[in-house]
Design a protein around this ligand. Structure first.
Ligand code: GRF
Length: 204
């Protein structure tokens, strides 16, 4: 058998972990669950946390875990600085978790089927521009729905319109306020998002 060190390129690609960037604008509870899932993972790691919001708590979480961060300005979405950063960090896969900016088309084109988002409702219902955070849960409760849940989907140029990868449901109770529903849906997010990302990475 030929020793592996004679094939350095094989050895390197075999050892290299897939590098994930998480984009978030707020609290980052999904980022926390995803970081926990990939801590000690053999094939993938959270390499970068990206945010548009310098005050976002997701940055504190990154610090606590010793993960690099990149806080971008509105300009950086246009001038290519964010895209450059992803290149220099050799990012393989992008996870949106509460990211409130539109991902530039240039980045979408550079990461085909490699950007996912989680939406706190069952798309195509309760999606689109302005449908984020508590706005979604309020709309679901006000519409008198009896079921809500989460949608994990690919990201394309339009909000919440990429190919649906997974959906998971939970009940909406007659007594629910939007906050109650949010807690129930968040539990689904924290349970299913990281394993889904893991599965997708294995298919790359
Ligand atoms: C989640 O509800 C997610 O579905 C939505 O934004 C929220 C982010 O929450 N896209 P967190 O920042 O992960 O706590």
């Amino acid at each position: 058998m030929i020793p592996l060190h004679l094939y350095p390129q094989v050895q390197i690609s075999w050892m290299m972990k897939k590098r994930i960037a998480i984009f978030g604008s707020g609290g980052g509870s999904n980022a926390e669950a995803i970081i926990a899932h990939f801590t000690g993972h053999k094939e993938a790691e959270i390499a970068l946390i990206v945010t548009n919001n310098p005050g976002a708590f997701i940055l504190n979480r990154a610090d606590q875990h010793g993960i690099s961060t990149f806080t971008h300005t509105a300009e950086d979405l246009i001038n290519g600085r964010l895209s450059e950063k992803l290149k220099t960090e050799t990012i393989d896969f992008i996870v949106l978790a509460g990211y409130l900016k539109k991902v530039p088309d240039e980045i979408i084109a550079s990461f085909p089927d490699r950007i996912v988002n989680i939406h706190p409702a069952l798309l195509p219902k309760f999606g689109g521009k302005g449908m984020y955070g508590m706005h979604v849960h309020r709309a679901v409760v006000e519409a008198g729905e009896s079921v809500s849940g989460i949608t994990i989907h690919n990201v394309n140029e339009n909000y919440d319109e990429g190919n649906i990868i997974e959906q998971h449901e939970c009940p909406v109770l007659a007594s629910d306020k939007a906050e109650d529903l949010q807690m129930r849906v968040l539990k689904l997010e924290h349970t299913f998002y990281a394993p889904c990302i893991d599965k997708l990475l294995k298919q790359l």
